[in-house]
Design a protein around this ligand. Structure first.
Ligand code: ADP
Ligand code: MG
Length: 228
């Protein structure tokens, strides 16, 4: 309508004939799909640029030293975690002061330990250091037995809820049910449109993501194990 009105008002010579009207309408309908695709393309281009930046940041990250933490997969020892005069940093640049300095810590099997401190004092960093995710500048870190970390923000991938729980492990019906019960997810699964096949994660259902984040956290906290 706006195009036709502009055409008629632009010049008194312009006249609305059937030829002009029908040719224009055909052209508009042919343009509709390419225009729609352009808007899609813009969105996809922006997404590609963002993903590319994220991938670049990830790929240029320095490799972690796999020898920083000594691991012994055995429950035969009383000790579970030991850190001796260790200094850890988030940056490999030695000129930057280390985040954690002279840490001495021994945690025995079955011991409950609470680390208390102000925000930014390094509580989360201590856990990352024990997992070997920080740069160890000096000292010793040892872990005996299995170790799992339940982050406050569970890492959820953009795939079905079931695959997020299984995480590449084989499906074992009984164990799967135990996990669902332990996480109190049975009721949540009932209300989901496709049960545990519902897609969650970044493009999935946000509310479910929040609920599951919390429940994964609770489950990991209760059972002290990783995912499945
Ligand atoms: N993943 C990280 N990468 C780089 N620096 C980090 C990271 N996590 C924490 N830090 C830094 O380590 C310091 C301690 O933070 P954090 O361990 O998160 O404290 P808390 O858990 O006690 O609040 C802060 O200066 C913070 O900026
Ligand atoms: Mg923290």
């Amino acid at each position: 309508m706006v195009t036709f009105a502009t055409y008629l008002l632009a010049s008194p010579k312009n006249q609305m004939t059937p030829q002009v009207a029908f040719v224009s309408l055909t052209l508009f309908s042919q343009l509709r799909v390419p225009l729609f695709m352009i808007s899609e393309m813009i969105g996809l281009t922006v997404q590609t640029m963002i993903s590319n930046t994220r991938l670049k940041t990830f790929f240029v990250e320095e490799e972690l030293d796999s020898e920083a933490v000594q691991r012994e997969n055995s429950n035969a020892f009383e000790k579970s975690i030991e850190v001796q005069t260790a200094t850890f940093s988030w940056d490999s640049d030695r000129n930057i002061p280390a985040t954690l300095r002279n840490i001495d810590l021994t945690i025995n099997r079955g011991q409950l330990v609470a680390v208390v401190g102000k925000v930014g004092s390094g509580k989360s960093s201590l856990l990352s250091a024990i997992l070997g995710e920080m740069e160890k500048r000096q000292g010793y870190v040892g872990i005996w037995g299995k170790c799992a970390y339940s982050s406050q923000q569970a890492w959820i991938q953009n795939m079905s809820l079931r695959n997020n729980i299984l995480f590449e492990h084989e499906y074992d019906q009984l164990r799967y049910k135990q996990i669902i019960d332990a996480c109190e997810l049975t009721r949540d699964l009932e209300i989901l449109p496709h049960g545990d096949y519902t897609e969650i994660g970044e493009k999935g259902m946000f509310r479910i993501k929040t609920v599951i984040n919390w429940k994964f956290f609770k489950k990991n906290f209760k059972t002290g194990c990783g995912r499945f």
